[in-house]
Design a protein around this ligand. Structure first.
Ligand code: XBP
Ligand code: MG
Length: 252
């Protein structure tokens, strides 16, 4: 039986990555660092998951001669970036991607449990949920950021979410937007539905049992990309349950 849905955050619940990029740039500027991350450069840097890890990778690659000193400043740069990200998210009323609010509502009404498994820092998730689910606590479990020893594509963060849910991974479905995220969820034993995001357009989505542009809404169907198709271009709880039942029968 399908007992839980586990969601990635950046690119899956919401299109947050460009706000992270802008937050980094504002932090660089404030600290007098002559760096600017363009959307193209950021898309390349996104192959390294986690903002702190991404910053270290950037320093090693583009400023190796000053790497030691710059890396010592990394926590300060990242803290400031998190603050600016928060301000940008509040100003922009950061919304959810198509179909997320609807599917979350369907799952809660049916008693299907909800979890988050993300590389991003906890304050960023708390803010996203406060802005979009005011006064509610829709997710039973949140596994985030540095709670995992290794970030995606390692399975750690999805494994932590599964452990906290107290379920077998075969009883859940993961939602991801990135190639590294798909690898992470698969390595934790989860079937993965991929919804491609703005910054993951060039990512291979192999391993996902279905890939679509977004979850879709009645009257605003998604684009099907590969794998399992969804009735009327909308991923509903009913359709997920039907796929899952067939998947378990196939595995038996
Ligand atoms: C995507 C990421 C995150 C964000 C930045 O995570 O790699 O690191 O870009 O967040 P996911 P932090 O898709 O797993 O949500 O700077 O707080 O790490
Ligand atoms: Mg993501």
């Amino acid at each position: 039986m399908l007992t839980a849905l586990i969601f990635d955050v950046d690119g899956t619940l919401a299109e947050t990555e460009d706000l992270h990029r802008q937050g980094f740039n504002q932090a660089f500027q404030t600290l007098g660092l002559p760096w600017h991350w363009s959307p193209d450069l950021y898309a390349e840097l996104l192959t390294v998951m986690g903002g702190k890890e991404r910053l270290v990778h950037y320093i090693d690659r583009f400023h190796p001669e000053e790497a030691d000193g710059l890396k010592r400043r990394m926590p300060e740069i990242h803290d400031l970036k998190t603050r600016f990200y928060g301000e940008l998210a509040e100003e922009g009323h950061l919304g959810l991607r198509p179909g997320i609010g609807r599917l979350v509502g369907e799952a809660r009404a049916a008693g299907v449990r909800l979890a988050v498994a993300t590389t991003t820092s906890r304050p960023n998730i708390d803010l996203l949920l406060r802005l979009n689910f005011p006064g509610e606590r829709p997710f039973d479990v949140i596994a985030a950021g540095d709670e995992a020893a290794q970030k995606k594509p390692a399975p750690d963060i999805f494994a932590l979410a599964i452990h906290r849910l107290g379920i077998d991974p075969s009883a859940a479905i993961a939602f991801e937007d990135s190639a590294a995220g798909i690898r992470s969820a698969l390595a934790a034993g989860l079937p993965v539905l991929a919804t491609r995001s703005r910054y993951t357009r060039s990512h291979g989505l192999d391993g996902a049992f279905s890939a679509v542009s977004d979850l879709g809404e009645p009257g605003a169907p998604h684009h099907h990309l590969q794998g399992h198709p969804w009735p009327d271009g909308v991923v509903t709880l009913e359709a997920l349950r039907a796929w899952h039942a067939g998947h378990l029968r196939g595995a038996a």
